[in-house]
Design a protein around this ligand. Structure first.
Ligand code: SF4
Length: 455
């Protein structure tokens, strides 16, 4: 299937103000004139067949400035949005690479953290939800969507490496072994960054999902409603430990599980006394983007007069050394509410900080990446997999959707297992999918109820 416009369509001449004016004028993330879109071009062979013509056309553009890229995108996206009308909802996560978040906002979409994205997907009436995000976010939308709504991801190869560290095939034997030992007194609390299969597992144990913005509310609620249970926290050991610490739990009762071995319950390497002592068992997963931060970096920037705020996927000693810690929503608020003249060092994903730095600069707030310290080999990095959602994927997905021939590999259904190297997915049989969707939705709704009743 070819694009609806010629591959080498010449950009239409339009002034920058008219190119960047948003639908409702309320965008926080502004494109800058002549500043190239900060997104490395992907090799052509990483695009699936349906996306390749759009990629070829994009790669032939003379540069990546908004003056060139926006007219190129408009020729596909504006007609697509006219055809789809209010029946399409565009979503993107704050961590998306390059200017994609700005492009999604420009075309009337919403940019948010994963909790807000889940609420938007739950509450919206659109027939089609199109996410520029990683797979677990789009799958969450598919779990909360009504059966007649369809959910699409702009690049099916965009996965989350933390999600991949908790393979349901490894987690289930561990839960089975715990239930064998403790009966029903086992509850699973799973971070949003997991597959639908693990959200469903949480739902079946009476557990819930959480995000970095509400993990303390949800963990506290489950500890209260399951006073005698062992809690398994999936998949991020750091968020689990930081949350238990924030709730005042004795950390000798917060135990990290050994790294999983195929087919072997993670408990196999734990002694009886360790298991008896444990109240919260942390899965052995982490985010490589957030585990580069150190206390030395905090000390460096504080000595330079900066306030330090970190994401709770960072290690506990870094969280303890910082001035504050919280979700992407919290970090964004810190930047936008800072007084002119403030100096902020932020520890989280690199693309988010680049956008925050530009917003801060417009208000005389200096924002730096915590890992960007002199003489440090490891500079702050962005989430490489999120960056796979680029302009050709956004244009191609919307164009083909409006023309009634969207690529099936971009449609996200609950329980899909995705090969992130090829983008191909294996679907569950209908009955299994409905069961998974129902159990996972139970865990998500518990999160929403606990969060709303705590605020
Ligand atoms: S930043 Fe880390 S946790 Fe977030 S999507 Fe990327 S790999 Fe996953």
């Amino acid at each position: 299937m070819e694009p609806s416009r010629p591959y080498n369509a010449a950009p239409m001449a339009r002034d920058f103000a008219s190119l960047t004016t948003s639908h409702d004028g309320s965008r926080a993330l502004l494109l800058e004139p002549r500043r190239p879109i900060c997104q490395g071009d992907l090799p052509l062979d990483t695009y699936d067949e349906a996306m390749r013509p759009y990629a070829e056309s994009y790669l032939h553009l003379p540069d990546r400035t908004p003056e060139t890229v926006l007219p190129w995108l408009d020729q596909f996206i504006e007609p697509a949005l006219r055809t789809l009308g209010p029946q399409v909802l565009l979503l993107a996560h704050f961590y998306m690479g390059g200017e994609i978040v700005k492009l999604v906002e420009r075309y009337g979409g919403s940019v948010a953290d994963s909790y807000a994205l889940a609420l938007l997907a739950r509450d919206h009436e659109a027939d089609h939800i199109v996410e520029s995000a990683v797979h677990f976010m789009a799958e969450t939308a598919a779990i909360l969507a009504r059966d007649e709504q369809s959910v699409w991801i702009t690049n099916p190869r965009a996965g989350c490496t933390m999600e991949m560290m908790a393979d349901p095939a490894d987690v289930q034997p561990t839960i089975d072994a715990l239930q064998h030992r403790f009966g029903d007194d086992v509850v699973v609390l799973t971070y949003m960054n997991t597959s639908g299969a693990l959200k469903a597992l949480a739902g079946r144990t009476g557990g819930a999902v959480c995000t970095s913005s509400n993990a303390h509310h949800v963990m506290a609620g489950l500890l209260e409603s399951h006073p005698d249970a062992r809690m398994v926290f999936l998949p991020d050991e750091h968020l689990g430990r930081n949350t238990a610490h924030r709730l005042g739990m004795d950390l000798s009762r917060v135990v990290k599980l050994p790294a999983p071995r195929p087919g072997v319950p993670a408990l196999a390497d734990m002694s009886d006394s360790q298991l008896e002592q444990a109240k919260v068992l942390l899965w052995n997963g982490h985010c490589g983007v957030h585990t580069i931060f150190t206390v030395d970096m905090v000390n460096h920037w504080r000595a330079e007069g900066y306030e330090v705020h970190v994401h709770p996927e960072s290690p506990l000693d870094v969280v303890n050394a910082a001035d504050g810690s919280g979700s992407t929503h919290y970090l964004w608020n810190v930047v936008t509410a800072a007084k002119p003249g403030s100096k902020l060092a932020i520890a989280t994903e690199g693309h988010f900080i680049a956008n925050a730095a530009r917003v801060g600069k417009s208000r005389d707030v200096d924002v730096v990446h915590l890992a960007d310290v002199p003489d440090e080999a490891m500079a702050g990095c962005g989430c490489a997999t999120m960056s796979r959602n680029d302009p050709p994927h956004l244009a191609g997905t919307l164009d083909l959707l409006a023309r009634g021939c969207p690529p099936e590999a971009h449609r996200v259904l609950p329980g899909d297992r995705v090969d992130h190297a090829t983008g191909q997915r294996v679907r569950l049989p209908d009955a299994d999918r409905q069961r998974l969707k129902s159990d996972a939705a139970t865990a998500l709704h518990r999160m929403i109820t606990m969060t709303e009743s705590a605020s």
